[in-house]
Each structure stands twice: as C-alpha cells, then as structure tokens.
Design a binder for this molecule. Structure first.
Ligand code: SAH
Length: 251
C-alpha cells in the first residue's frame, strides 16, 4: 500500500514522472495534473486519472529511473556503462567497495544498490558535489550503504583496505592507481572510466605490473522501436560516453 512520503514512478505511455507522494501536492504535466493524495492507499501497478482523463500507472522506481531523473551538477555515468561495470567487476551483496569521484552520485547509487547491505566508500574533493550525491542517494533510500569522504584522492589516497573493487571516474585516474592498488584485496577489480584515448593509455600504462587482465571496452546501446509491422532502431543514439578500463590486482 502506498503511503505519504513514498517515491513512485507515474507512467503514461512513453512519459514517466518520479514523484514523492504527499497529501498536499499535485503533479503538473502536459497530460493534465494528478493530485498525489489520490495515490495514498493504492498499490504498485494500480492507476490514477489526471485532470484531463489520462491514465497514469503507479510503478516502483528502479535505480535506473532514479539515475535518469536525479539532479546533476556533473557529467554522470550512463546506465549502459554502469550495467557493464557492475557485472564485470563481479561485486555483489555485502561487498565493501571504493569510488572516486562521487560527482552527482549516479554511480554511487548504482553501487550502493548492488552491494547493499555492504558499503560504498565514496570520495570527492568538492563538498557541494558530496552534498548533492548524498541527497540523490538518500532519495533512493540507500544512504545507509554509503559513506562519503571529502578528500583529494590524488594526494591522500583511500582509507580502506581489502576492498572488493575500486571504481574511478576522475579526470586523471593514473594519479591514484597506486592508491587503488593499496586499497584492493588480491584479485580485486579496478575499474576506471575516461572519455578519451589519451587518458586510457596513461591509465593502462600505470596499471602494468600491478594488475592483470587489463581490458578496455566501449559500450554502444541501440534502442529498438518495437511496433508490429514497422519495428526498427531509433534514429538517434548516444555515440560516445567513455571507455571502460578493468584490471585485477596482483601482488
Ligand atoms: N561518477 C559521477 C561523476 C563523477 S565526475 C556520477 O556518476 O555522478 C568527476 C568527479 O571527480 C567530480 O565530482 C570531481 O570533483 C571529482 N574529482 C576530481 N579530482 C578529484 C580528486 N583529486 N579527488 C577526489 N575527487 C576528485
């Protein structure tokens, strides 16, 4: 049963809206307005009508919905890259992992969801980014699984050791590969995301001798418009976000 304060996704056709249920608020859309108090007492999968008679279905927001709707002040890691990073790093429930920088917290949210009830230790040099990431992770109900740390990881490295994986999304990741190595357990996975070839060359060079199975990927995802008799790919797609570097720690 949906109650005051719950976050749900309201879906009408292709449109979706992430809302926090409350007695007094109204969702204004181009498909009419929805009084949010009408959701109270309903269940996930039920529907409500907007003022213009459109049906809105009530769906549970997934981490991917939270990420696409979160408030951002930085470039975020896209779900296509996060998906690959999470499975390829082998992390799972209960793990302890490290991340830098947290930025807007998109990756943080996904990592917390994957390791819950484990812990993500998430670093950034900017206090304003940490508070934004905190706000975004809190909205997803995952704040218990994240500890944020205000630090310059190029200079000071990481406090943790024996972690399962380290995730880097930094402008100059090669400057903290040594620190990532120290934080990881033997065989632990280093992941680093960078947009340019020059960056991944430097990162991989720095990883030599400290990591094995150094591999780099680019993930391209093409959405398909599935309609009977005229199914085809969408015209537009995201052409480039970043390259994904992986390696496993050796002693
Ligand atoms: N992965 C994030 C986006 C990270 S943007 C997301 O999905 O939302 C890169 C971040 O690295 C920025 O927030 C920046 O402040 C941080 N950063 C840059 N240099 C850093 C350093 N030396 N130590 C810690 N964080 C750093």
């Amino acid at each position: 049963m949906i109650s005051e304060g719950d976050r749900v996704l309201l879906v009408s056709g292709e449109d979706k809206f992430l809302v926090k249920v409350s007695q007094n608020s109204t969702l204004q859309t181009h498909l009419g307005e929805v009084k949010l108090k009408e959701l109270i007492g309903k269940g996930i999968g039920d529907s409500v009508k907007s003022s213009s008679g459109r049906t809105f279905f009530i769906v549970k927001p997934l981490p991917v919905d939270m990420i696409m709707k979160l408030r951002r002040m930085t470039q975020i890691v896209y779900p296509k890259d996060i998906s690959f990073a999470v499975f390829y790093s082998g992390i799972s429930s209960g793990d302890k992992v490290v991340e830098a920088g947290c930025g807007s917290g998109a990756m943080t949210l996904a990592l917390a969801h994957a390791v819950k009830p484990g812990k993500v230790f998430s670093y950034d040099v900017r206090e304003d980014f940490i508070s934004l990431a905190k706000e975004n992770v809190e909205k997803a109900g995952l704040l218990d699984c994240v500890e944020f740390k205000l630090k310059d990881v190029y200079k000071d490295g990481f406090d943790e050791d024996d972690v399962e994986a380290v995730f880097l999304d930094l402008p100059e990741p090669w400057r903290c590969i040594e620190y990532a190595w120290e934080a990881l357990k033997g065989g632990g996975v280093l992941f680093s995301l960078s947009p340019t070839y020059n960056q991944i060359e430097r990162t991989c060079r720095e990883m030599l001798g400290k990591f094995v199975l150094i591999e780099v990927f680019e993930v391209l995802v093409r959405r398909i418009l599935a309609r009977e008799g005229r199914t085809r790919p969408f015209e537009r797609m995201v052409g480039h976000t970043g390259f994904l570097v992986f390696g496993r720690k050796i002693r």
